[in-house]
Design a protein around this ligand. Structure first.
Ligand code: NFE
Ligand code: MG
Length: 597
């Protein structure tokens, strides 16, 4: 055994066999992970690599800052909208532009819509199959499945006949040999613990969620014209309100507001009657599998989001928690300052980028994005196909962001743990209820399942908040205020010669910041530091490992040729490589490759 301790408290040993998963599927973008397992098949070293490069930050240079949102939004079609929102906030911050109250409310509804859509799709379509053995559902008794479903929820689609129909559809799929979306999973793996009836129920809900998710995004089409990539605007929102219909053009009328309301109600019902009961039922069968904590039990960060008041981005206004927890000290919450040169910094000494002195991190206002693909001495491969990485050298297209030098985990679990530590009832109470229902201690939160549970609770929270902001919007409109945009500073001639700003959001996957420098009305530098950049970061100059790598350590893998446990934990972060490496080079892609050597 050659054990090396990392500065952030993890032990690594790369003497055992290497298991490679490349690409990791059911995520957004291209990612590879290499782990070393010891003689008992326990993971002792983990190396995660972003295998695609995107040049969005470079493309932005020299452009009009008012257009930046439309480019940054194309960073990703999954967390669509959140980069645009972050971008307009950065430009507004730089140019000191305020927005009307209705614009803030509509932006909140748009952002919460993204949460609900993203979390629901993640749970059912990207993550559930790590816990649910779809093929086992063929053995289920439809009557017993119906009894199970009715014992956990009042959701109407729960009759024996309904589950018999779903089972027949599933059988057709399997017998045709064309499993479609259910192909390439490790069906029958010993790490699956659900009885056939729970597997059938969850599969039925997978299909229902697939159908329902297309309803949720209609809210983006109403306020933003389309989805993915709805429209945004520096100074407000681009959709005028025209309630009485007399004169003027307005996209937002009563009929459309009623449609938004009805979709919000349906979302609340689906989450409370399907998603949450499924989450609790599935977690109940896996509560002994508490691996995957990693950085979540030590260091977590959230910037906060969903400002109650327009133009007020203080802790008091932000409805999602803000702060940093270090080294597991839940009683000490540090303040985040995104303008401080020594707080958020990105390092590239293990990333395929270069700048003059790589021993130092750069604050994003001074950030550099210059690609530099060099494989280390122990690596094998070419630009389009990596055979092995060398974690002692550069090994990822993801940079390494750090907060005051610390690697931190971001995302729903970070937000919930910080809210819990701040004793905010909205976050603490649902967590305590869930822990009680599952009969597990609070430490169970720091795990793969904790991450998955926090996302579910947050989805329910977000849907309720949508209802709140929709009601607020209607109240304000009724009071006679139809203002949605401030165009006072639209003309670049009104701007200062030089300006810089920062915009932040909590994207579904975690803390997101955009930093902009404007010179002579054009973008001089633009840097995005993205949730999956934080979580999927490679090592930094000191040797601290990031959240994906930390979370995989010490996890037993039942069968290294079918590394379901690795997927389970990585999927719990909902990785997005498109975001984290912000034009992709699809050459050399393969469908799942698992290598053990
Ligand atoms: Ni492409 Fe994204 C989110 C952002 S990434 S999904 O949520 O920002 O990590
Ligand atoms: Mg970046």
């Amino acid at each position: 055994m050659v054990t090396v301790s990392t500065p952030n408290g993890f032990s690594l040993d790369n003497s055992g066999r290497r298991v490679v998963v490349d690409p990791v599927t059911r995520i957004e973008g291209h990612m590879r992970v290499e782990v070393n397992v010891d003689e008992n098949n326990v993971i002792r070293n983990a190396v995660s690599t972003g295998t695609m490069w995107r040049g969005l930050e470079v493309i932005l240079k020299g452009r009009d800052p008012r257009d930046a949102w439309a480019f940054t939004e194309r960073i990703c079609g999954v967390c669509t909208g959140t980069h645009a929102l972050t971008s307009v906030r950065a430009v507004e911050n730089a140019l000191n532009i305020s927005i009307p109250e209705n614009a803030n409310t509509i932006r909140n509804i748009m952002q919460l819509t993204l949460y609900v859509h993203d979390h629901l799709v993640h749970f059912y379509h990207l993550h559930a199959l790590d816990w649910v053995d779809v093929v086992s559902g063929l053995k289920a008794d439809p009557k017993a499945t119906s009894e199970l479903a009715q014992s956990i929820s009042s959701w109407p689609k729960s009759s024996p006949g309904y589950f018999r129909d779903v089972q027949a559809r599933l059988r057709k799929f399997v017998e045709s040999g064309q499993l479609g979306p259910f192909k390439n999973a490790y069906w029958g793996h010993e790490a699956y613990k659900l009885p056939p009836e729970a597997n059938l129920m969850a599969t039925a809900h997978y299909l229902e969620a697939l159908d329902f998710q297309k309803e949720i995004v209609k809210i983006h089409t109403i306020f933003g014209g389309k989805n993915p990539h709805p429209n945004w605007l520096v100074g407000g929102v681009p959709c005028p309100i025209n309630i009485d219909g007399n004169g003027g053009v307005g996209a937002i009328n009563i009929e459309r507001l009623n449609l938004v309301s009805s979709i919000i109600d349906q979302s609340i019902d689906f989450i409370n009657q399907v998603y949450i009961p499924d989450l609790v039922a599935i977690a109940g069968f896996y509560k002994g599998w508490l691996y995957g904590g990693g950085l979540s039990s030590t260091s977590l960060m959230s910037y906060g989001d969903i400002p109650e008041r327009a133009n007020d981005y203080s802790d008091k206004s932000l409805q999602l928690p803000r702060g940093v927890i270090l080294n597991g000290k839940l009683d000490e919450i540090h303040e985040v300052d995104l303008t401080a040169a020594d707080q958020v910094q990105e390092f590239v000494n293990h990333s395929w980028y270069k700048y003059a002195d790589e021993s130092k991190g750069l604050h994003p206002w001074d950030g550099v994005t210059e690609p530099n693909y060099v494989l280390g001495p122990n690596a094998k491969g070419t630009k389009t196909r990596i055979e092995a990485v060398d974690e002692g050298a550069k090994y990822s297209w993801i940079k390494s962001p750090r907060w005051k030098g610390h690697a931190v985990e971001v995302g729903p679990l970070a937000r919930y743990v910080i809210g819990y530590a701040q004793n905010k009832p909205e976050f603490k109470e649902p967590v305590d209820q869930l822990l009680k229902a599952l009969d597990v201690p609070v430490t169970a939160l720091f795990s793969t399942l904790g991450r998955t549970a926090a996302r579910g609770l947050e989805c329910a929270w977000a849907a309720e908040k949508m209802r709140y902001y929709q009601d607020k919007l209607i109240r304000t409109i009724k009071s006679g205020d139809e203002s949605t945009a401030n165009t006072a500073k639209w003309e670049p001639s009104s701007w200062p010669k030089s300006a810089k700003g920062v915009g932040f959001t909590e994207a579904p996957r975690g803390a997101l910041g955009h930093w902009i420098r404007i010179e002579d009305t054009k973008i001089a530098n633009y840097q995005a530091v993205v949730p999956t950049t934080w979580n999927g970061s490679p090592r930094d100059t000191k040797g601290n490992i990031g959240a994906f790598e930390a979370s995989l350590l010490d996890t037993p893998v039942a069968d290294p040729n079918q590394p379901l446990e690795i997927l389970r934990t990585l999927h719990s972060f909902d990785p997005c490589l498109a975001c984290s490496t912000h034009v992709m080079a699809p050459d050399g892609q393969e469908v799942t490759r698992v290598t053990v050597r």
